[in-house]
Write a protein that binds this ligand. Structure first.
Ligand code: NDP
Length: 245
């Protein structure tokens, strides 16, 4: 296990797990924690993690892989103190065309996957009486989105999960929050047709898409020492899209 050191802000260096950390928003989150001096493991299904991060192969839909991945991360970095449940997928279509398989696949990764990793991480956080859990939700979890009944349901449910965790283990020094990005430039949004992007751009008060670094900054804040009294919150990063929801 690596020695405990301090981060660039003189806070203790923590053992961090980010799911889906090999690209997109997760990759930016990994980079941000590494730059601050934390010990970071990325759980994903392939690809190169950022230099300095421990890449762990882990499909969050498989409980055995989740358990093995936590063991690997803990051997390298110590008991997990910060968890960012970020892995997510979309399978968009209108409800009349949405198959049970489309529904199950999205719920299994986005919601049940988050439950699996949160449950496993909570163990060491409760024992250590310190922990930060951040779920990557989405603005559409509370705002709604045509064609995303499965995805928006999975993201809305993360709010309930964070708030229930807050009530359950908030007294043990563990916080659980949701960061709710809007439209961020990643592989996930690169596949959207131009007319859909144009429609959203017209609705975003900031009049632009967001950048992964902007979401990573919000996550780092929620996971910081200073955010210890913030729990059960939904922190939007959406340029004003969905505000008030
Ligand atoms: P990307 O599609 O760029 O990346 C998705 C990440 O999730 C990849 O690292 C992928 O790993 C990982 N992943 C997918 N399925 C699994 C699985 N079964 N087990 C482990 N890892 C998995 O997505 P984004 O970076 O855009 O999105 C990251 C999060 O942010 C998601 O939860 C998404 O819903 C949310 N979000 C994104 C927004 C956006 O505009 N981009 C807006 C709002 C929320 P691999 O490469 O190995 O497949």
């Amino acid at each position: 296990m690596s020695a405990v050191t301090e981060t660039s802000t003189n806070s203790p260096a923590r053992s961090v797990v980010v799911t889906g950390g090999n690209r997109g928003i997760g990759q930016a989150i990994v980079g941000r924690f590494l730059a601050a001096g934390h010990r970071v493991a990325s759980f994903d299904m392939g690809g190169e993690p950022a230099t300095g991060a421990l890449g762990v192969n882990c499909n969050v839909t498989d409980a055995d892989q989740v358990e093995a991945a936590f063991k690997q991360a803990e051997e390298a970095n110590g008991p997990v103190e910060i968890l960012v449940a970020n892995a997510g997928i979309t399978k968009d279509t209108l409800i009349l065309r949405m198959s049970d398989a489309d529904w199950d696949a999205v719920i299994n990764v986005n919601l049940t996957g988050a439950f699996r990793v949160a449950k496993r991480a909570a163990k060491s956080m409760i024992r250590g009486r310190w922990g930060r859990i951040v779920f990557t939700g989405s603005v559409v979890g509370l705002y709604g989105s045509a064609g995303q009944v499965n995805y928006s349901s999975s993201k809305a449910a993360l709010v309930g999960m964070a708030r229930s965790l807050t009530r359950e283990i908030g007294g043990r020094g563990v916080t659980a929050n949701v960061v709710a990005p809007g439209f961020i430039e990643t592989d996930m949004t690169a596949v959207l047709p131009d007319d859909v992007i144009a429609k959203y751009l017209a609705a975003i008060p900031a009049a632009r898409l967001g950048q992964v670094a902007e979401v990573a900054a919000a996550v780092e804040f929620l996971a910081s020492e200073e955010a210890g009294f913030i729990s059960g919150a939904v922190l939007p990063g959406a340029g004003g899209l969905g505000m008030g929801h």
